[in-house]
Design a protein around this ligand. Structure first.
Ligand SMILES: *Cc1c(COP(=O)(O)O)cnc(C)c1O
Length: 437
């Protein structure tokens, strides 16, 4: 499969190049040259296929000959080697729990797939690759765990000091090995600026082979389709009608993967994009005007995005036809107050604890279903509530227990290097690190 650059359609690359380079010229995102269709028989009989087989069939056409089939099979199986259950919350709304992976967030899926593809492609290169990421919390943990102990790869993560939750910080800083965590005396934007400068620095780029692992990378984006299939497999065992699927959205990579699966033939009634107060896309769906804004800080901070990077992929999928997009996708914006109320209400009525991101989705889907009676659906549960204890415990009088899988990590020491938001400090670190190898 080849991929073209959405900003410069003359530039086409293969899967390998797209997953190593992340972006094309002018920072354009890559997009598949054609949308491979699912076979009808496969979609109608998902229950006859194992989860591993579903994952393999979902991915293989995007990679073709570039990775041998048996290796894609292995990578696909490892990508989903934790449970992804669809649970009923009430008789209209279920939740697809995507938070049983190593960092308790759905980003584990994409990070695991991407790390294994890169490792395959770089096996025979003698230059080490450095994956450089800035994180506000979730991305860094998923990338760290996805790449932990992957040969040929060093990971350097920048995060804002004192601005990530305790669990998130451990996930970033306690692994050691090929993972380095830099604690930046600044905010997330400072971290992102430093990373951008490093990608533009000639000196660094001759010494090291830098790559990014953010959500625009196709090797992180495409595998997110897998769990939409796994959800449908479970959904059909309980329901006859197609589901409304509601996705808590920030950069819109997750919902865009679901839409891609829909265009390949996955039966879905409707998509709901659930946003917090950062409502650029719900606004667009109302007005047909796309107006990026400065991101506002909210309780569901992984969705604090003012100019979602995957929006352009959504437009491409719909051939830039606004009316068509509106028939498939609705958008809602939920503020922090409603988020907390939703966590409280869902806990009191159904005994289910939502994290703030999933709560935004629950409130959005509930609104949509109230406006469209007779339908049912599910939300994507994108994070475990223990990752956001301050918010959850503000809403309900409970202490969330740390899952057993995290206990060992929580006992480990934090290892970080503190830096100021000064590019020279980052540069020195990267070049020294490279000397050590
Ligand atoms: C990253 C993230 C999101 C947003 O996903 P996008 O693909 O950026 O839309 C939602 N919830 C959680 C918990 C996240 O970590």
């Amino acid at each position: 499969m080849n991929y073209y650059n959405l900003k410069d359609k003359q530039e086409t690359v293969d899967f390998k190049t797209a997953s190593i380079k992340s972006q094309g010229r002018q920072k354009g995102l890559f997009f598949p040259e054609n949308i491979p269709q699912f076979e009808k028989e496969f979609i109608q009989n998902l229950h006859l296929y194992s989860d591993e087989e579903i994952a393999f069939r979902c991915m293989k056409d995007f990679i073709n000959e570039e990775i041998p089939a048996e290796i894609i099979q292995e990578i696909a199986a490892e990508t989903i080697s934790f449970e992804i259950p669809l649970k009923k919350i009430n008789d209209r709304i279920s939740v697809l729990e995507l938070f049983h992976g190593p960092t308790l967030a759905f980003k584990d899926v994409g990070a695991r797939f991407m790390s294994r593809c890169l490792s395959y492609f770089l096996k025979n290169e003698n230059k080490k690759v450095t994956v450089l990421v800035a994180t506000s919390g979730d991305t860094g943990g998923a990338v760290a765990h996805g790449f932990y102990n992957v040969p040929g790869i060093n990971v350097v993560i920048l995060y804002p000091k004192n601005r990530v939750s305790q669990v998130q910080e451990k996930q970033l800083t306690a692994l050691g090995g090929n993972i380095s965590a830099l604690e930046v005396n600044g905010n997330f934007d400072d971290c992102q600026d430093l990373v951008k400068q490093a990608f533009g620095d000639e000196n660094i780029n001759t010494e090291l082979f830098l790559t990014s692992a953010n959500s625009i990378n196709i090797a992180r984006w495409l595998p997110q389709q897998i769990y939409y299939l796994l959800a449908l497999k479970q959904w059909k065992q309980q329901e006859n009608e197609n589901p409304v699927i509601c996705v808590p959205s920030g950069n819109f990579g997750n919902i865009c993967a679901g839409l891609l699966a829909y265009f390949r033939g996955l039966p879905v009634e409707h998509f709901v994009a659930a946003c917090n107060e950062n409502d650029v896309v719900p606004d667009y769906l109302k007005t047909n005007q796309y107006q990026p804004k400065k991101a506002a800080a909210t309780l569901s901070n992984a969705m604090d995005v003012g100019d979602p990077s995957n929006f352009t992929r959504i437009l491409e999928l719909f051939d830039h036809q606004f009316e068509k997009l509106k028939t498939v996708v609705s958008g809602y914006s939920i503020n922090d107050r409603s988020t907390l109320e939703t966590i409280k209400e869902v806990y009191e009525k159904y005994g289910y604890i939502l994290d703030p991101h999933s709560a935004v989705a629950f409130a959005s889907l509930e609104q949509y279903l109230n406006e469209n009676s007779g339908k049912k659906g599910f939300i994507l549960g994108t994070a475990h509530p223990v990752k956001f204890p301050e918010a959850v415990e503000k809403a309900v009088p409970i202490t969330i227990e740390i899952p057993a899988s995290l206990e060992a990590l929580m006992k480990k020491d934090k290892k970080t290097v503190e830096i100021n938001p000064d590019f020279e400090e980052l540069k020195r670190f990267l070049l020294n690190k490279n000397q050590e190898q």
